[in-house]
Design a protein around this ligand. Structure first.
Ligand code: 0RQ
Length: 504
């Protein structure tokens, strides 16, 4: 038995994943750990998926509603979706099987701001939470829990659930202990108090989760890695986008709007986010901070080089190589990393106070700067908006980043009208593609359109956009935000009909 379970009463509850999964009942709501592929339970979801499959084979109904922090992995979201075990999923996923089932109408999916989910569950909108299944890296003698590689919504799920299943994962570094900051000061209105984080490095909570040992029905020992997506070298478009950003940072420093250490950075997940950190490492900037959701490979590199002095987040999302590097050196990062609950890592009050530079990926933007982060051709869910909205609305500067084209050039990521809106023009300050950076601050809608066409659109689509815009100026009902309403979504329809947005 693992030496990581120090509480005798909880040690007595160690059992197999199959035995633990038997506590989960059909039709109930389960809160599991997991955020961008880290800190999700490694064994119980698979055992539950098997149990569900067996129940379905006997002709019995068995589905659960599943809440997490954010995305998990094939072993969890993938296995449960494959088994047909999910009725409702929230707040974020990025699993191919689950995505397929959501888009086939088989799973109800509620795409919600990541900082909002805990309070909506506390408020009862999702009904009672029967079970929490939470990965931790150790159980202390007094029954408090050392979180693992993500904190996410675990504090709320542990508090809210009637019964708790713990997975103790010995793959997670023991040196994670001390890195977390679990805040117990959140309350519902009218009892809310200011959240007193005045700098990304401020600690306001405690390093452990509280959990009544009486509520724990099972403890499962595991030794399994996080999702650890393979490292992809940055492509040319990502590098160009990152270079535009670093140039812009220099410009803002020269204007006196950012100081030499810029402002705390938030950066989304993926290739572009890694490329931005890589360009910053090459730049003259040093001693920066991050107040973000996720620590990716690029941030770890930036911490190593001194480009970043510290980072506050709620989770890791590392490649296999970087996860190994982190696990071998975790103690070294303890005073440079803080992992908080996602209510706090993404807190609008803190994003506004700290003056965050928020950089997020997108699917498409339109002429006026409205942004679609989630829906392909307006109807197919990709992942979810995740934390992008938590940050964009309150950021000091809100950047949205994308290559100017997708699918080998058959899709323009700059379109007349976005086919779904996640971030309105009011929350989008700067749009960046590999073609250039459009600073939209202080511009009217028509000035924004001019800037976006000239700066961000791919040359293959620039004339087509210009043609639409000129005809909208001539034929629009109103000239505040000119549009040809019957034609505004025709680019998407053309792609669906012919496989390309290009006019014949
Ligand atoms: O599909 O792989 O089938 O070709 O969309 O596109 O270029 O690989 O982009 O991995 O950077 O993801 C917005 C999805 C971008 C991501 C999004 C197709 C394209 C490809 C992916 P294929 P790329 P990325 C912090 C903040 C929301 C959550 C967020 C995201 C696939 O950034 O999920 O910001 N953001 N969280 O071909 C149709 C277009 C398209 C398109 C690209 N215009 N139309 N398809 N694609 N543009 C993290 C968290 O909150 C957890």
């Amino acid at each position: 038995m693992s030496t990581r379970i120090h509480h005798p009463g909880l040690r007595a509850k160690v059992m197999s994943a199959e035995q633990a999964a038997a506590f989960i009942q059909p039709g109930t709501t389960v809160g599991m750990s997991g955020f961008t592929g880290s800190g999700y339970p490694k064994a119980v979801p698979a055992a539950l998926a098997e149990r569900i499959t067996a129940a379905h084979a006997r002709g019995e109904q068995f589905q659960i509603n599943l809440h997490t922090g954010a995305s998990t992995s094939t072993e969890m979201d993938g296995a449960l979706a494959e088994a047909g075990g999910i009725a409702l999923r929230t707040p974020f996923q990025s699993d191919p099987t689950m995505r397929k089932k959501i888009n086939a109408g088989e799973i109800e999916y509620i795409d919600t701001h990541l900082s909002h989910l805990a309070q909506t569950v506390w408020n009862g909108f999702y009904g009672p939470m029967r079970t929490a299944v939470i990965e931790v890296s150790a159980i202390r003698e007094d029954g408090t829990l050392v979180p693992s590689s993500s904190v996410g919504n675990n504090k709320s799920w542990l508090d809210l659930a009637d019964q708790v299943i713990l997975e103790v994962n010995s793959w997670q570094s023991e040196d994670l202990e001390g890195m977390h900051d679990v805040y117990y000061g959140t309350a519902l209105p009218p009892h809310r108090k200011p959240v007193l984080v005045n700098s990304p490095s401020d600690r306001i909570g405690q390093p452990y989760f509280e959990c009544d040992p009486e509520k724990v029905v099972a403890v499962v020992e595991t030794h399994g890695p996080d999702r650890n997506s393979p490292f992809k070298p940055a492509d040319d478009a990502s590098i160009a986008i990152a270079q535009h950003l670093v140039e812009f940072f220099e410009h803002e420093v020269a204007q006196g709007r950012y100081d030499e250490r810029l402002l705390p950075l938030q950066s989304g997940v993926g290739n572009i986010a890694n490329a931005v950190m890589a360009e910053l490492v090459k730049s003259r900037f040093t001693g920066l901070t991050a107040f973000t959701e996720v620590v990716q490979d690029g941030m770890l590199d930036a911490l190593d080089s001194g480009t970043l002095a510290m980072a506050s987040a709620t989770a890791f999302s590392l490649s296999t190589e970087s996860a190994e590097r982190f696990n071998a050196n975790a103690a070294k990062y303890r005073d440079k990393l803080i992992l908080r609950t996602q209510e706090i890592s993404n807190h609008p009050e803190l994003v506004r106070r700290l003056g965050i530079l928020a950089m997020n990926g997108m699917i498409e933007a339109d002429l006026y700067g409205n942004v679609n982060s989630t829906h392909l051709m307006g109807t197919k869910m990709m992942n979810g908006l995740g934390g992008s909205g938590d940050f964009a609305r309150n950021a000091f500067t809100s950047f949205f980043l994308t290559p100017s084209i997708a699918k080998g050039g058959d899709i323009s990521c700059i379109v007349p009208m976005v086919s779904h809106v996640d971030h309105t023009e009011h929350d989008v300050h700067v749009v960046v593609t590999e073609q250039g950076l459009a600073d939209l601050r202080g511009l009217s809608p028509k000035q924004r359109a001019r800037k976006i066409i000239d700066t961000c659109a791919h040359p293959d689509y620039r004339d087509q956009l210009e043609d639409y815009y000129q005809r909208a100026l001539a034929g629009s009902g109103g000239l505040h935000t000119p549009h040809l309403i019957g034609e505004a979504l025709s680019w998407h329809q053309r792609f669906l009909d012919t496989g390309t947005m290009k006019q014949g």
